[in-house]
Every structure is written in C-alpha cells, then in structure tokens.
Design a protein around this ligand. Sequence first.
Ligand code: NAP
Length: 228
Amino acid sequence: MTQSQRNALIVGASRGLGLGLVETFLERGWRVTATQRSPSPDLAGLDAQSLRVETADIDDDAGVAALHDRLADQRFDLIFVVAGVATQAHDPLHAVPREVAAQVYLTNAISPIRFAEAFLDRLAPGGSLALMSSILGSVSLNASGGWENYRASKAALNTLARSFEIRHRADNVSVLILHPGWVRTDMGGAEADIDVATSVTGLADVITAQLGRPGAHYLDYRGETLPW
Ligand SMILES: NC(=O)c1ccc[n+]([C@@H]2O[C@H](COP(=O)([O-])OP(=O)(O)OC[C@H]3O[C@@H](n4cnc5c(N)ncnc54)[C@H](OP(=O)(O)O)[C@@H]3O)[C@@H](O)[C@H]2O)c1
C-alpha cells in the first residue's frame, strides 16, 4: 500500500455491478474491501493483493455491526452500497405479497441507509458515501409506470439519502446517489442497454470526479444530474 492509495468499501460485490466496480477500482490502483453474502466464486477468482473480501448481509444489523468492528482499522475514501433486489419487479403492487414488497423496501431503502449510518465514522475526510439507486427512483421521470414496488423502494432510498445528508450536513458529508444505466446483469436482463464494463467505467469516473463533494447528488453513470 502506498501513502496516497485510495481505499474503497464496495458492499454487495458477489456479482453484477458490485463485482464490476471492484475490478475497476482495483485496475485504477485503489485498495478495495468487497463484501459478499455467501462465498462468491467470482470474487474468489480475483487475484489482487489490494483486495480484501468480507461477508455481510445488509439486512442483518448484527452482521453489519460485526463487519464494522472487523474494519475498525480502516478509513475509506469511498463507501458504496451497491446491494439491491428486484423481487417480483414485473408484478403490479397489488399482486406482490405484502412480505415480499416489504422485503424489497427493507433491502433497497432501509438497509443501505442504516449501513451508511453505521459506517459514517469509517469515511475518510474528503471521501464520499455512494448509494446505488436507479433512474426508476425518480418520481418526476416516471412517465411509463411498471416496476412499481422496485421504483417505490428506490424513490424511498433517494428520499432517505437526502434526509441522511441533511442530518449530517454540519459534517459536510458527501452523498452520491447513482443510476448505473440499464445494465446487462442478472437483474437488468439480457435486453438491457449497456454492458457492465460501460456502466462501471462511467460510475468510477463520476465518483472520482465528485469525490468529497458536499451535499446529496443524484447522478447517472455519465455524470448527468437526474431530477428527483
Ligand atoms: N442492472 C441494472 O440495469 C440496474 C439499473 C438500475 C439500478 N440497479 C441497481 O444496481 C445494484 C446492483 O444491481 P445488479 O444489476 O448488479 O444486480 P444483481 O446482478 O442482481 O446483483 C445484486 C447484488 O446485490 C447483492 N445483494 C442483494 N441483497 C443483498 C443483501 N441483503 N445484502 C448484501 N448483498 C445483497 C447480491 O448478492 P447475492 O449474490 O448474495 O444475491 C448481488 O451481489 C442494485 O442496487 C440495483 O437495484 C441496477
């Protein structure tokens, strides 16, 4: 590790965009701690001295607290909560069982903010907290409907992220609320617009350009500001 080497914590990195972000930041010379819920062959297959793999489920407060303890010696320039779910995303809200709808809301909106709160003391000065939202979380851009419960969960994440930033404004906290594009992952599907490499390259550029910028900023992977 060099003195100037940046340090990232990527949460939800077993596959998809999280895994792609880990690879990209490692390629860019960052030190990376990547979390998985269960052993990820893809993460295990990365041969990098600057990579540390940890295990945590963001819905498990005790597990998140244990991770916080294990990383007590670390300060991160970037803490990025990528984890998310889209269970029964294609069904209208009334067709989604209440417990399923509630779980999507817990994982996509409540748990990322609770994680942010728990790890704020691990953010280095001049660093940023990033949250993986979606353009579907924009209320004003919802002209086509669909993905009802998922949309609502990401809109809730955006609202909670803004409140989090306001609550910590005296500390000049930097909160980046990011849309990765529509990406070909397990969640995005094969018909999506862009591949993982395009998305994570753009996201890493945006994060690097915005690192430490105080306030809450809702941006896509090209750096465009999105309306709430
Ligand atoms: N793909 C897109 O087009 C798109 C567009 C907009 C936003 N997003 C958002 O981008 C993020 C990543 O999506 P993706 O496309 O990479 O999806 P993905 O391929 O389905 O991967 C989801 C990741 O989240 C992890 N995860 C889910 N629940 C978790 C929990 N409770 N605790 C810890 N990790 C958990 C998964 O871990 P396991 O392997 O253990 O399940 C996996 O690593 C999500 O927040 C998603 O909403 C994606």
